[in-house]
Design a protein around this ligand. Structure first.
Ligand code: SF4
Ligand code: SF4
Length: 387
């Protein structure tokens, strides 16, 4: 979206002040209630930077803290009666702060790692080191895009997903020129690096468009749908871009009759009750909240709901580089979720986003909560293996 359109978006704000509602915004300071800690104040800062750079907002340490502490969860935009796309405005503000060299040093490291290694973790192993054969399936019309987190930090997500594809008889491949989806670059204001990073992968798609690309990371899927789509509109209109839960929803019965296994699974393999956590990018961002529930309902798998769920679900706290730049804020937000889990009596969080899973797991470990976390595809593979 061009700057003029974003300015128009800012002008849609009628200053009603509904956006912090019940303190859903992870960055909102409940004690001081400073305007600049919630959406209305944050977009006012971006407005000031756009309208009058001489005011110098782009050089202020406080501006940096206020904008980069936004996880991009989109809860404010869901609440906003005027339909203001607040995260989009804040992403532009972050871009301006990067141009002014006023951004967290942790994000500098992430962007440099991506530039040098093609992933945010400075991992030197090739992206397909654990599944080199998938690159050889060049005739396959389905691409699996695992994303950096499932390759380098939570490989069981990718391994279990590949097993599910095999169970379903789906021939898959990975891109020859796969790289970081660049979502984190976009959400931390480093948009200038995106086209260079992704050009070989995008050219591969242009030259040899697959029928469908399936994602296990909602952030990667969002990057393909929202960042590249403007560049690749023509091609992407004919390529299905799906989260794995959308892909699986009408095929789950092809995994065999899992219903009789559920009871034994609950007794032997997992701590129950289980609660479903809607990842922000998946539920609010992409509108995918029924597919995982339909999958669970089809196999009669019991689960609890958070009081706020689907589009109204609350953030895990880790998005848009907040985990790396403001770990205390991320942890504080995650602890709020864990306290809700405790209050509802659940023992395992079930979700479908590697960032949420990683953030929950690390916070649980650090703070000694008696709660487990499992990703949906891993749950299905474990259920299938029950005899
Ligand atoms: S996107 Fe989320 S973190 Fe950012 S201002 Fe809105 S509610 Fe707060
Ligand atoms: S809810 Fe929307 S219109 Fe109201 S102050 Fe917040 S951004 Fe502006």
């Amino acid at each position: 979206m061009r700057e003029k359109q974003i300015l128009g978006m800012i002008w849609k704000c009628n200053l009603c002040g509904f956006c912090p509602k019940d303190f859903e915004c992870p960055g909102y300071d409940k004690d001081t209630r400073w305007e600049s800690t919630f959406a209305r104040g944050k977009i006012s800062i971006v407005h000031a930077m756009m309208q009058d750079p001489e005011l110098g907002f782009q050089n202020s340490p406080l501006t940096k803290e206020r904008l980069f502490s936004c996880t991009g969860c989109g809860h404010c935009a869901y609440i906003c009666p005027s339909g203001v796309d607040i995260p989009l405005i804040i992403y532009l503000g972050k871009k301006k702060l990067v141009e002014a060299e006023n951004y967290p040093k942790e994000h500098k490291m992430i962007s440099e790692n991506i530039k040098k290694f093609g992933n945010p973790f400075a991992e030197k192993q090739p992206r397909d080191f654990a599944w080199p054969d998938l690159k050889l399936n060049i005739e396959a019309e389905t691409v699996y895009f695992p994303g950096c987190m499932a390759i380098y930090r939570l490989p069981e997500i990718a391994q279990h997903t590949i097993q599910l594809f095999t169970q379903l008889g789906e021939k898959i491949k990975v891109f020859q020129h796969e790289t970081c989806c660049s979502g984190i670059l976009y959400r931390t204001g480093h948009t200038d690096l995106i086209s260079d990073l992704t050009k070989d992968m995008i050219n591969e798609i242009k030259e040899n468009p697959p029928k469908q690309i399936i994602f296990t990371c909602p952030g990667c899927l969002t990057a393909f749908k929202e960042i590249y789509n403007s560049e690749l509109k023509e091609k992407f209109e004919n390529i299905k871009l799906l989260h794995f839960s959308e892909y699986l929803v009408d095929k789950v019965l092809n995994l065999g009759d899992l219903k009789p296994k559920v009871e034994k699974f609950l007794k032997t393999t997992i701590k129950s009750p289980i609660i479903w956590h809607d990842p922000c990018h998946l539920a609010r961002g992409l509108g995918i909240y029924e597919a995982p529930r339909v999958i669970l309902d089809q196999i009669q798998f019991p689960y609890l709901e958070f009081d706020q769920n689907r589009e109204d679900s609350n953030c895990c706290g880790s998005g848009s580089g907040v985990r790396s730049a403001y770990p205390d804020l991320a942890e504080k937000t995650t602890i709020q979720r864990l306290e809700e889990v405790k209050k509802l009596g659940a023992k395992t969080i079930l979700t479908s986003c590697p960032f949420c899973e990683y953030q929950f797991k690390s916070t649980i470990q650090k703070n000694d909560y008696d709660i487990d976390v499992i990703e949906l595809n891993s749950l299905l593979i474990k259920l299938i293996s029950i005899v």
